[in-house]
Design a protein around this ligand. Structure first.
Ligand SMILES: [Zn+2]
Length: 465
């Protein structure tokens, strides 16, 4: 009896071990099958490590950006379009991680866990993807950046559609300058595989004053009746925050119009680390946002143990603060949209090889970043910046609201000339578009970033207004 029971135990244990083994195998298969099948050695999909057989990618107007012809990926006929859309379309070797050809390679090739590459075998390709971006608009924005590196993003702040996603430097995917990129010592290809709009973070400079202003509206009851004195700097103890000019006595709105560092350093120090931190947390700093399969770089703001003068610097968008351009676009979009941002997206539709639409995006409104009252007040101030300071003539017929930034950068971020920023949106009913422009080492925000924003928005007005 004893022997029998011992044998039974051994059998039970063996059965258990077998089941655990099967479980582990299944788990490994389910979690790794994607990467096994998508391995670049899978000849059904990749040819010498290059994506070959895949669906067509078009822009919102139907213009072909990438397709497979005779087993090879072929891109748009226009070199300028190929260069301007490189980062959103992506390459075929996976260097540009956020590009659709890499992030959506399973969709394009038709691979899925249940059917494997069945679709691919049956139809010779996977699904077709239509993007929300417009290739002509991307080309205009890319060219507007001139010789500088940087990024431009435009989105419909009511629907969430991204109409323009541009990152510079870029290259012509049809004639990739492989050895020039590999051996570059001039810096002209720095970060060429990075989509700066999704994956970059920059010192925000004075565009951050919009955020400090929001915090002030929420926390300083009499902010509109305050006045600030600027004599070219704001002194804190033995230290000071420098201003670009001696603005004299300014009120809150004029301080934003003229981008007075002294006034905003004073406001930030009065608000203090806790209020400022609460505001940026509400705006999604430190959060990870996803646009479909694309993860945005996180914006950061940290006043832990900051000296008083550094709270002043942080209030004008310097110190250690870093912002992702797409996140900044969401913030300005939230202001335009009455306080709550609409989630941006770049896939307009996915169609299976048999022609069925298998994906249709929907407009998703995220949690409020600003109260309606605060958004209203900021709308007025951003419109006043353009009317009273930059001049409506800089944006003919666009009814623009906005804020420029000239962000001083450390050596590790490129040093030399500051980054030029513009964030803003059109108040035209027929043109609910917000824009973000970052011109790396471009110099002054108003002289450099405004013309880029205007050229891009004028083109958008022609295409969509
Ligand atoms: Zn000043």
């Amino acid at each position: 009896m004893k022997t029998l029971s011992r044998r039974a135990w051994v059998l039970y244990l063996m059965a258990l071990a077998f089941l655990v083994g099967v479980g582990i195998l299944l788990y490994t298969f389910v979690t790794n099958a994607d990467s096994w099948a998508m391995k670049r050695t899978n000849r059904h999909i990749y040819n010498s490590g290059v994506l070959s057989t895949a669906g067509t990618i078009t822009d919102e107007s139907g213009a072909i950006l990438a397709q497979t012809v005779d087993g090879k990926r072929v891109y748009n006929d226009s070199k300028n379009v190929r260069i301007a859309t490189l980062h959103i379309v992506g390459d075929s070797q996976g260097y540009i991680a956020t590009g659709v050809q890499t992030a959506y390679s399973d969709v394009l090739t038709g691979y899925d866990l249940i059917n494997g590459i069945y679709t691919l075998k049956q139809y010779g390709k996977g699904s077709d993807i239509k993007l929300t971006v417009n290739a002509e608009l991307c080309t205009t924005a890319y060219e507007a950046l001139g010789k500088n590196k940087g990024t431009v993003g435009v989105y419909n702040y009511k629907t969430g559609e991204l109409l323009c996603v541009v990152s510079k430097p870029s290259y012509d995917i049809a004639n990739k300058p492989t050895s020039d990129i590999a051996n570059d010592t001039t810096g002209q290809y720095d970060g060429v595989y990075l989509n700066r709009f999704f994956s970059g973070v920059y010192t925000p400079g004075s565009t951050f004053k919009v955020i400090t202003a929001a915090c002030a509206i929420d926390n300083i009851a009499d902010i509109d009746s305050r006045s600030f004195k600027c004599e070219g700097e704001y002194k804190v103890g033995g230290d000071s925050v420098k201003c670009m000019s001696k603005h004299g006595t300014v009120n809150f709105e004029k301080a934003l119009n003229q981008s007075c560092n002294s006034a905003f350093a004073e406001i930030a120090i009065e608000l203090g680390a806790e209020n400022l931190t609460n505001t940026v947390n509400q705006l999604g700093f430190g959060q990870t946002y996803y646009l479909g399969k694309t993860r945005l770089a996180r914006s950061s703001f940290d006043l832990t143990d900051a000296a008083t003068v550094n709270i002043g610097w942080a209030g004008i968008g310097q110190y250690t603060t870093k912002v992702n351009p797409c996140h900044m676009l969401m913030i300005v979009g939230a202001i335009a949209n009455g306080g709550s941002p609409v989630q941006p997206y770049y896939i307009k539709s996915i169609n299976s090889p048999s022609g069925d639409q298998t994906f249709k995006p929907s407009t998703v409104t995220l949690a409020p970043m600003f109260s309606e009252t605060t958004a209203d007040r900021l709308q007025g101030m951003l419109r006043s910046n353009v009317i009273n300071y930059y001049g409506d003539g800089k944006f003919p017929n666009l009814k623009m609201c906005g804020k420029t930034g000239t962000a001083e950068v450390s050596n590790e971020e490129g040093g030399l000339s500051p980054h030029a920023w513009f964030i803003g949106y059109s108040q035209r009913e027929d043109l609910p578009l917000a824009i973000v422009v970052v011109v790396e080492n471009g110099g002054g925000g108003s002289s450099v970033a405004i013309p880029v924003a205007n050229k891009t928005m004028q083109k958008a007005a022609k295409l969509f207004g």
